[in-house]
Ligand binder design. Structure first.
Ligand SMILES: [Zn+2]
Length: 547
């Protein structure tokens, strides 16, 4: 046999193959796994140019898959003033001033993360931002993305003045007496300014994606992501394509384009099929259509089977009519797209399952692997339907804890149902394929070892805000089940199970070396484990100092 490029010996290689074999060593050649076996066998592939890594008993897993992460949004980290967690208007203004001074090249200063709690009522004022930057427009999204705070230049460019009426569904906050815009725009008024903002360029998105893989994915062992919302013809898809074509995409990316209820299905398909066909490299493909079935619990927009606990008579509403959703699903399915759906409420998931059953009846049996993500509330009978319809449950184990969100929003709005939210073990018992996802940037950092810890323990550790109580003790799963969700399950969800998700000869050499054997660690210690080495397609994409 030909010499290997890299061999890893003297370790515990948990292959995650069908038999869940554990071996000592693995050899890599030309980006794929050449051999798995004991250290002596693998050492036979050492040639003059082979790099040998002594694992010293450490655990090796397949590269982790994040089955729903907005990777291209990492550009925000580089090109927006990020003011999350800053307590006051003054601190935010100082942050914006620093960012503006550091970025003389940007025509518009964008930012995100200010909190409505720091300026209740009329919201923060344009004059405060003018002090930070007056020559260029400044547009800062609030942490809930429902308001923007702007400076005078932005208002001027958008043509918003005392005589401008509030747009439908929107509010221009105003000074009393004069009616002059105060500096905060809400809901439907937000796009009066945001529609004027330039989209990131291809180069900016490319920088953002490189930042994501270098600083966000690889250090935590992630080698594959599903980016659930890219725009056809947009700069993000061009950036992915450019990186994939020039060999610098250090991960696998599968992406989805969103179809909205108001879209014309035929028109959407023409655009989407052309965009899909434009991307043929192995690392980057557009594979799916994304749908929102409902909203979120905190906005009372999740669609529930029973009323909100704090609003009798209100159970939210679906974003799609049942017949329209089934028609849209059938059309994208017939065109070969995977279906990927956001569903939070139990009624939303039930509606999605009905539509998926209709697709099967109409288009016949095939390996279509639809995915439903978030799955906050799911009726027990629908857990079985997920399995029967071969739906992948794309869960968010990072959220399986009782933090402030639970106490301030979920429990008051849902009542006791909140204690049964985010099922996991019952999915597995029903025979559902489960994948794990972070919904980055909703979860930062999107570290699969934290997902594994939280899936196993369903509680927080240490000083995190909230409680150490267990959320739904019956839904805790094993470390092995969580590892599968972060590897094999994710690979299946992305349609890449023939290529990634397990360490087997012929598969991509996507490997993660951990500093400890999490299979036998206390739950508290799993989240403290670190990634020593990450390989994607046989290339080292992350090495902790010392490796
Ligand atoms: Zn998302």
């Amino acid at each position: 046999m030909q010499a290997a490029d890299i061999v890893l010996v003297n370790g515990i290689v948990s292959t995650r193959d069908d038999a869940r074999s554990v071996v000592q060593a693995v050899a890599v050649r030309d980006g794929v796994v050449a051999l798995v076996g004991d250290s002596a066998q693998v050492r036979e592939l050492i040639g003059p140019r082979t790099q040998t890594i002594d694992l010293r008993g450490r655990l090796v897993l397949p590269g982790f898959v994040d089955a729903h992460a907005h990777a291209c949004m990492a550009a925000d980290d580089l090109f927006k003033a990020v003011v999350y967690e800053l307590p006051s208007v003054r601190d935010c203004v100082a942050g914006v001033a620093r960012f503006a001074a550091a970025h003389p090249e940007l025509p518009v200063i964008r930012g995100c993360g200010w909190s409505n709690t720091m300026a209740p009522g009329r919201g923060p004022r344009k004059e405060d931002l003018d002090a930070a930057e007056s020559a260029r427009p400044v547009v800062l999204e609030s942490s809930d993305y429902h308001s923007v705070w702007v400076n005078s230049r932005a208002l001027e460019l958008a043509g918003i003045h005392a005589g401008t009426p509030d747009p439908p569904g929107g509010v221009i906050e105003r000074m009393p007496g004069t009616g002059e815009p105060a500096g905060t725009l809400r809901e439907g008024a937000v796009e009066l300014v945001t529609r004027l903002l330039p989209e990131y360029t291809v180069e900016q998105y490319a920088e953002g994606i490189r930042h994501y893989q270098r600083d966000v994915a690889a250090p935590f062992g992630v080698t594959a992501v599903f980016d659930p919302m890219v725009t056809p013809g947009g700069a993000a898809v061009q950036a992915y394509e450019r990186l994939a074509a020039d060999g610098s995409l250090g991960m696998w990316v599968r992406a989805a384009m969103e179809m909205k209820p108001e879209d014309d299905v035929e028109q959407w398909l023409r655009v989407a099929v052309a965009e899909r066909d434009a991307h043929r490299t192995a690392p980057f493909r557009i594979s799916a259509a994304k749908f929102f079935a409902d909203g979120v619990v905190e906005g009372h927009t999740a669609y529930l089977l029973d009323d909100y606990a704090d609003r009798p008579g209100d159970r939210g509403a679906p974003l799609w009519g049942a017949a329209a959703l089934a028609r849209a699903f059938a059309a994208v399915d017939a065109a070969g797209f995977q279906i990927h759906v956001h569903a939070i409420g139990d009624a939303a998931t039930a509606q999605v399952l009905d539509a998926l059953a209709a697709v099967r009846a109409e288009n016949g049996e095939r390996d279509r692997r639809p995915g439903i993500t978030h799955l906050q509330l799911v009726a027990p009978a629908d857990r079985l339907r997920l399995a029967q319809l071969n739906v992948v449950a794309v869960t968010d184990p990072y959220w399986f804890v009782m933090e402030d969100y639970y106490f301030q929003l979920e429990r008051p709005f849902l009542g006791p149902r909140a204690d049964g939210q985010y099922p996991m073990r019952s999915f597995l018992e029903a025979g559902v394929t489960v994948a794990a996802a972070s919904d980055y940037p909703v979860t930062i950092p999107p570290a699969p070892l934290v997902a594994i810890q939280r899936g196993v323990a369903r509680r927080q550790f240490g000083g995190e805000a909230g409680s150490h109580a267990v959320l739904g003790p019956d839904e805790r799963v094993t470390v092995d089940q969580m590892i599968d969700a972060c590897t094999r399950g994710g690979a299946f969800a992305l349609g890449l199970d023939g290529v990634i998700g397990s360490i087997e000869a012929g598969k991509s050499a996507d490997l993660v070396v951990l500093d400890r054997d999490i299979r036998h660690a206390r739950p508290a210690a799993i989240g403290e484990a670190t990634v020593a080495l990450t390989l994607c397609r046989g290339r080292v994409v992350h090495a902790a100092s010392g490796d």
